[in-house]
Design a protein around this ligand. Structure first.
Ligand code: NAP
Length: 494
């Protein structure tokens, strides 16, 4: 179950948001009294409440906003108890002096905004002994393994425990709390109004992560990256899993490079079945794989890991997705879909170029690389045995296939193009890997010049769809993934 936190300055806004949330299906709501600016009237908030509540009045030292004197604050909590609030949040240090009364359940809470302490089980035991109905521990995650310690605590405790790791490193504990047996976890009313670091909104938790369906048997997939917050993979994979009726959830894991080894070693405990791998881990995962397909070796990077017992199998779906996308565009007018012998100019020499240039080379294309930093292009060209031109000379190549693997044109710099319009010819295929926006300036130029076009969205969805197949053994609902991605990115603004 989700408990949605409401923190508003005025009583009438709290009441209105509470009603709205209940209409949206929220079954439990936390009223954060410390956000109220006028004199706090607990009875008014509880009088006609449309559903069960948790009453909290957090002090500044616990990450809240209450400036009340401690006796006044505790009086508010006692009033909430005597008025029959379903739950009242009582900090550990005032638990002994706050008596139990009526049916109100006691949430004994502790917040630590600096770290996840090493002695979590001892802290939990101390709190459980304070006549707790529920223990709530919210701590800052400083490393991915903090999450697992918190989830273990939830799983192993006899008293229902709400365990949360805060911050973007801690996001997995919010999404997976129910899988490990937490009675509920917290979400915020709106994604721009998080009341604690890393908190997700009610809409994100329900629509993207279908939180209430995540249970002990739910399989876990995810993406590892650092940072990970911008990744659209959770959105489209979760939409696909939901559509396919698969009992699984796809989680964003922020894994700093120095924790990669540890994180992969703990895959079993997370119940991880598959991972998408992105910046900065695509190369670093190579020596941690037990098996890999030949493309991974050729490219020198993996973007997918499938876990099967102790086996960690690596794949690169970026490369296959790019080649399939290009071949589809080539055959769209009935022409043979062969890249063999075609001159393909690849702009950029980073991760995407590595996968795409390798694929083109394997398909027999004459690859020409160019990059702002010439040495990077030269290094890649040496591996593949292909030609390099310097960035300033790129318009002199006259390719049949042009692939942009630079971020030029990406939001917010949507009025930039890495290639001049006047050098685009109708016979060319233009592939822009940038997917936000879908209609980049380069794509727009290419359409104006009647070129065949492949967009970054097509590649992004294809690489995700191939991962979905590797993860689940089922064909991906690509249309659902595309629609979800387009909705998330929104219309292009020039
Ligand atoms: P990367 O490893 O950082 O490489 C970026 C490349 O672009 C480098 O060669 C870099 O040159 C060059 N570059 C950066 N800014 C430039 C500029 N202003 N002018 C000219 N060149 C510039 O990044 P990546 O992982 O390859 O990703 C590149 C792009 O591909 C991203 O924008 C992403 O949107 C797209 N992509 C799309 C998909 C998909 O599924 N559609 C998948 C992966 C990537 P320097 O070496 O000089 O910095």
């Amino acid at each position: 179950m989700l408990c949605v936190s409401i923190g508003r300055g005025r009583h009438r806004h709290v009441i209105a948001e509470h009603r709205h949330l209940v209409e949206q299906g929220a079954r439990l709501v936390e009223l954060r009294l410390d956000y109220l600016q006028s004199s706090i009237n607990v009875k008014r908030l509880l009088a006609d409440r449309p559903g069960p509540v948790v009453i909290s009045c957090r002090r500044e030292r616990d990450g809240g906003k209450s400036t009340l004197s401690e006796p006044d604050r505790q009086m508010l909590l006692r009033t909430a108890i005597s008025e029959g609030a379903e739950y009242v949040d009582i900090e550990e240090d005032i638990a002994a002096s706050t008596p139990r009364f009526g049916q109100t359940k006691r949430i004994i809470s502790l917040h630590n905004f600096r770290q996840t302490p090493a002695d979590l089980p001892a802290i939990h035991a101390r709190m459980a002994a304070l006549d707790a109905d529920i223990v709530k521990i919210a701590t800052m995650a400083n490393q991915p393994s903090d999450n697992l310690r918190m989830l273990r605590l939830i799983r192993d405790s006899e008293i229902p425990t709400v365990g949360i790791c805060m911050g973007d490193l801690g996001m997995p504990t919010r999404i997976l709390a129910g899988k490990f047996g937490a009675p509920f976890t917290f979400a915020t009313f709106h994604q721009e109004r998080a009341l604690a670091p890393g908190q997700l909104s009610f809409a994100q938790m329900t629509e993207s992560y279908h939180y209430d369906d995540v249970a002990a048997a739910t399989k876990v997939f995810g993406v590892i990256a650092d940072p990970v917050g911008h990744s659209l993979s959770p959105l489209i994979h979760n939409a696909a899993l939901l559509h396919a009726g698969i009992d699984a959830v796809y989680v964003p894991f922020r894994v700093p490079p120095e924790h990669l080894e540890d994180f992969l070693a703990s895959a079993g405990e997370w119940d991880l079945r598959g991972l998408s791998v992105t910046i900065p881990h695509k190369e670093a995962v190579l020596d941690k794989l037990t098996d890999r397909d030949e493309w991974v070796d050729g490219i020198g990077a993996a973007n997918t890991i499938v876990f099967d017992g102790p086996a960690r199998r690596g794949y690169n779906t970026d490369c296959h997705a790019a080649m399939e996308s290009l071949e589809r565009a080539m055959s769209s007018d009935g022409a043979p879909a062969t890249l063999s012998g075609k001159t393909a100019l690849v702009l950029g020499a980073g991760g995407a170029s590595k996968a795409i240039a390798y694929g083109l080379h394997q398909r027999g294309a004459q690859v020409v690389l160019t990059s702002r930093t010439l040495d990077r292009a030269k290094q890649l060209a040496d591996r593949l045995g292909c030609r390099v031109v310097d960035w300033k000379s790129r318009h002199g190549v006259a390719p049949q296939v042009l692939v942009n693997c630079t971020p030029v044109g990406m939001h917010p710099n949507v009025d930039e193009s890495p290639f001049d319009k006047h050098h685009l010819k109708p016979s060319m295929i233009v592939f822009d890997t940038v997917y936000n926006p879908e209609s980049t300036l380069l794509v727009k130029f290419a359409r104006e010049q009647s070129c065949r076009v492949v967009t970054g969205i097509e590649m992004f969805v294809r690489q995700a769809a191939l991962q979905f197949k590797l993860f689940t053994g089922q064909e991906a609902p690509s249309d659902v993934m595309t629609d979800t991605l387009r909705r998330a990115i929104g219309p292009v603004k020039y």
